[in-house]
Ligand binder design. Structure first.
Ligand SMILES: Cc1cc2nc3c(=O)[nH]c(=O)nc-3n(C[C@H](O)[C@H](O)[C@H](O)COP(=O)(O)O)c2cc1C
Length: 177
């Protein structure tokens, strides 16, 4: 296999929309490369290329919101992931509603079903890997549906929707997961 392509077989979870705010300007970016790093405090690691406008906004403000969109938002997700926010207001362009967050100045995206407000907790891997370690400072999630259809990226323009749930008895689960 082409080594750069192995990421396609290791997709980490739902595609998310990262919103940010800096100097009276909102922005949104599409992000697939994220991972949970710790439960308490709640830490999320994510790779945001330094060429992206969002990188500068999050690096300067030290804040962002991770919004989880549903599969019906796929065209918006792809559009946002192919547009730079340097000159375009993506909230306006994609008809999204910025809402007030409780702990950060970055806006939540009202159309998404979950919002995790984050502060940059550790910058040590930024210069080398463009890797932000974020601490979630406040989170909210729609109560229904319990398992909304999320969208996952398989690379080369192919996406998949989350599918059926498979339950296992409690005793087979690793503790706390
Ligand atoms: C499905 C998808 C997933 C993406 N995942 C990431 C990612 O994890 N990290 C990243 O830096 N860019 C990712 N991108 C690219 C950015 O979303 C894209 O460069 C965007 O235009 C950046 O916007 P900005 O310059 O306004 O921040 C992804 C794009 C798509 C379509």
């Amino acid at each position: 296999m082409d080594l750069a392509g192995i990421r396609r077989l290791l997709e980490p979870g739902p595609i998310v929309l990262v919103s940010s705010h800096w100097q009276n300007h909102h922005n949104i970016s599409t992000m697939g490369w994220h991972c949970v790093m710790e439960f308490t405090p709640s830490l999320i690691g994510c790779m945001i290329t330094s060429a992206n406008h969002s990188y500068n906004m999050i690096e300067k403000s030290g804040e962002c919101v991770i919004n989880i969109p549903t599969a019906d938002m796929l065209d918006t997700i792809v559009g946002i992931g192919n547009t730079s926010g340097k000159r375009v207001n993506k909230f306006k362009k994609y008809g999204l509603t910025p809402g007030e967050a409780q702990t950060v100045s970055a806006p939540v995206i009202e159309e998404c079903y979950a919002h995790f407000e984050c502060r940059v907790a550790d910058r040590r891997m930024l210069a080398k890997y463009n890797f932000f370690i974020l601490e979630v400072t406040h989170a909210r999630c729609a109560l229904w549906p319990r398992f909304p259809k999320t969208v996952h990226y398989r690379g080369e323009g192919i996406f998949m929707e989350s599918g059926r749930n498979i339950a296992r008895p409690e005793k087979f689960r690793p503790q706390n997961l």
